[in-house]
Design a protein around this ligand. Structure first.
Ligand code: NAP
Length: 337
């Protein structure tokens, strides 16, 4: 695919925000990334556009990762090793692994986006993070001009965080993730400790769920609570769940006895951003064309015709109200371009 000019990006971001790329190219194979014409800066690596706030036009080069492919690389007594191209649709890939009898990704069903973006954000849902299933990945390094291989340990995964975010490589467009290998365990145990999941399975009278049952339950819960971006543009959870010191959480719980608290391994406490936003009065509330979703206050939605500025205005208003009411700072999850 040659480089295209002045390309409309509205269909390529799930918030459906307007903006054009001065230059744009679809990447269908790892080899294409070595082209000299792609070395220009600024450069942005785009996946499914599901974690992106597009703030108007981008005067640079957008590389839209569409590298295909899914295959079993091998297996040992403990696991299957499955590789996928960065351009594969994440949810379709999860279903494909389950169809073949390779469990382990079911809790991450229906997360929008593409495989290549999953490690950057260390996508997580219902008590599982992708970093726990990642074996390794290959990425093209535009600075070193070569393919680099990363093990799961190299990726420095954290809560919705990775090396690629910590080093800012995704923002500078330095690193384009090309293929990802997952390690899917042969000894499998259902991870259904989240209340929504337990209740969904109980309502279906499933006491001993198979991986497919867990996937179906996750899909059902998500479809009930989260808006379909094709119907109501959104980018999933808009804010990180804040993690605060235990003393701060205790003081907040003293004032707000129903505050949900999730103790972390390091002694700190995770709070539910959606709960804080709801209590601050933002559930189902709009500011202009941008609001917080009526069924899940953590999801920011574009009611129609919004721009990146509209998103930033609503984001700032929500942050200010949560700060005033709880003294807690909310940080956004998406990337701003
Ligand atoms: P929820 O069940 O309403 O729970 C609210 C928050 O409390 C969640 O964000 C979750 O944190 C935390 N939580 C609930 N039960 C927990 C437990 N047993 N142990 C530890 N933490 C617990 O959440 P939801 O909004 O419907 O989302 C369900 C899951 O899907 C969550 O894991 C969420 O992160 C994930 N999700 C992610 C996105 C995204 O764009 N990143 C979008 C939608 C949903 P965690 O977020 O840390 O799990």
């Amino acid at each position: 695919m040659p480089i295209q000019h002045n390309v409309d990006l509205q269909a390529f971001n799930t918030l459906a925000l307007p903006g054009r790329a001065a230059r744009y190219r679809t990447i269908g194979s790892t080899a294409e990334l070595a082209a000299k014409s792609l070395t220009e800066q600024p450069r942005f690596i785009l996946g499914g556009g599901s974690n992106l706030v597009l703030d108007g036009d981008f005067d640079g080069l957008v590389l839209h990762m569409a590298i295909p492919g899914k295959r079993l690389l091998g297996e040992d007594s403990e696991a299957w090793y499955v590789e996928a191209g960065a351009g594969e649709n994440w949810h379709d890939f999860v279903l494909w692994t389950l169809d073949r009898g390779w469990p382990g990704l079911e809790n991450l069903s229906l997360i929008p986006g593409r495989v290549g973006a999953a490690p950057i954000q260390n996508i997580g849902a219902y008590g599982l993070e992708v970093g726990e299933r990642l074996h390794g990945l290959k990425a093209w390094d535009f600075e070193a001009r070569r393919i680099r291989e990363f093990t799961a340990g190299d990726c420095r995964f954290g809560y919705r965080d990775s090396l690629f975010k910590q080093e800012g490589w995704h923002l500078t467009g330095r690193m384009a993730i090309c293929t990802v290998v997952f390690r899917l365990p042969k000894v499998w145990q259902a991870n259904i400790r989240y209340a929504d999941l337990t209740q969904e399975l109980a309502s279906q009278h499933i006491a001993h769920p198979a991986p497919r049952d867990v996937a179906r339950a996750v899909i059902a819960v998500r479809q009930r609570k989260l808006p379909d971006p094709t119907q109501l543009p959104n980018s999933g959870s808009f804010f990180h769940n804040p993690v605060v010191d235990a003393v701060v959480a205790d003081a907040l719980a003293h004032k707000h006895p129903t505050l949900p608290r999730y103790p972390q391994a390091d002694g700190r406490v995770k709070l539910a951003a959606g709960w804080l936003i709801e209590q601050a009065g933002w559930k189902g509330k709009d500011l202009g064309p941008v609001g917080m979703y009526e069924k899940q206050a953590l999801v920011l939605v574009n009611r129609g015709g919004a721009t990146g500025s509209d998103v930033k205005r609503t984001m700032a208003a929500v942050q200010a109200d949560v700060q005033t009411r709880f003294g807690v700072t909310l940080t956004p999850e998406p990337i701003f371009l």
